[in-house]
Design a protein around this ligand. Structure first.
Ligand SMILES: NC(=O)c1ccc[n+]([C@@H]2O[C@H](COP(=O)([O-])OP(=O)(O)OC[C@H]3O[C@@H](n4cnc5c(N)ncnc54)[C@H](O)[C@@H]3O)[C@@H](O)[C@H]2O)c1
Ligand SMILES: [Zn+2]
Length: 299
């Protein structure tokens, strides 16, 4: 796979490793994006520069715990307590994360009318936080909670307040070493056992974050909406996803089947590389900022 030039950018003199517009691959990408109708498919790699680890990149290798599966969560009260205890700690980290240059560049391209749709596999809300509109959150969002019995959705902030009230003083004892991608944190067993979870205020049902766990399917209409977006696209632009999970990869396959060009910006290989017209192995923040600058009509 092509790598970012190691030398300084010829035009801007930017330090080595900074993708510049003199870079031919970036120029090619800018030409493709300039034609418009771009549909973005983003993954965890877009948020690592905001301090949220991914699963399969460098930051994800430090993960200790396995991600929660739907079956475990639904089948075990102890598993739910462990999930919410860890997540109650990890939430501060996720809620405090800020969008990075990559999210801002995507929102800027949308603002200029070049992006026809944004599908994200991320659950961190950072596309919205950067000002992007109509983002399809394929796997849901951590900022809301759903009751498994009555289906009512409530805000995560409200749940955090209730969890805080149910566990006075708990935070002071909790020390966390590792924050995991899904807003989970590694926690001692005694602290998990001391943690009290809360149920749906309306019906007493089990509360689950409004995200798709492993072992759970994305709702059919949401998938269909994404397929329709992809089929209308002039370019499918994958940002920061290994595409290991079929849930995202299927859109790359659909684009390829319809003869729609696919471009991938990702550090390291992805499952979609063979389907792509263009791959760029480069850090997303500086690369997308350079892309946005290259497309800036004011230049
Ligand atoms: N931020 C989040 O919301 C978040 C974080 C982790 C996982 N998840 C969930 O887990 C699943 C993970 O699959 P995925 O394909 O999105 O992620 P992934 O972890 O499988 O792949 C991320 C890819 O991004 C690359 N990468 C990391 N930082 C980068 C950077 N700064 N610039 C360029 N490339 C970079 C990595 O090398 C890796 O190949 C998703 O379904 C998602 O729902 C979400
Ligand atoms: Zn309920």
């Amino acid at each position: 796979m092509w790598k970012v030039d190691e030398g300084p950018d010829a035009r801007t003199g930017a330090p080595p490793g900074t993708p510049g517009t003199a870079n031919p691959r970036l120029r090619m990408l800018a030409d493709l994006v300039a034609d418009g109708d771009v549909v973005v498919l983003s993954g965890a790699g877009l948020s690592t520069e905001s301090g949220i680890p991914d699963y399969r990149g460098e930051t994800g290798r430090m993960r200790r715990a396995e991600p929660m599966t739907y079956q475990t969560f639904v089948g075990s009260a102890a598993a739910r307590r462990r999930y919410w205890a860890r997540s109650h700690l990890g939430w501060r980290h996720i809620a405090g994360a800020l969008p990075n240059a990559g999210h801002r560049a995507v929102a800027g391209l949308q603002e200029r009318g070049l992006v026809g749709g944004i599908i994200t596999q991320n659950v961190d809300g950072l596309h919205h936080a950067a000002g992007a509109r109509d983002v399809i959150e394929l796997h849901g969002g951590l900022d809301r909670v759903r009751c498994l019995s009555c289906g009512r959705r409530t805000s995560r902030h409200e749940l955090e307040r209730r969890l805080g009230e149910a566990n006075p003083g708990w935070h002071a004892h909790a020390r966390t070493a590792v924050i995991n991608p899904d807003g989970d944190a590694v926690l001692d067993d005694d602290l998990v056992e001391a943690f009290r979870i809360v149920d749906c205020r309306d019906c007493g049902g089990v509360l689950k974050p409004d995200v798709i766990f492993f072992g759970e399917n994305v709702p059919g209409p949401r998938v269909q909406e994404c397929y329709e977006l992809v089929e209308r696209a002039g370019l499918l632009l994958v940002l920061g996803s290994s595409l290991t999970v079929m849930s995202g990869y299927r859109f790359v396959r659909r684009a390829a089947e319809h003869g729609i060009p696919v471009a991938i910006v990702n550090q390291g290989p992805t499952r979609g590389d063979g389907d792509a017209l263009l791959t760029l192995d480069a850090p997303l923040g500086p690369t997308l900022a350079a892309l946005a600058a290259a497309l800036d009509p004011a230049r």
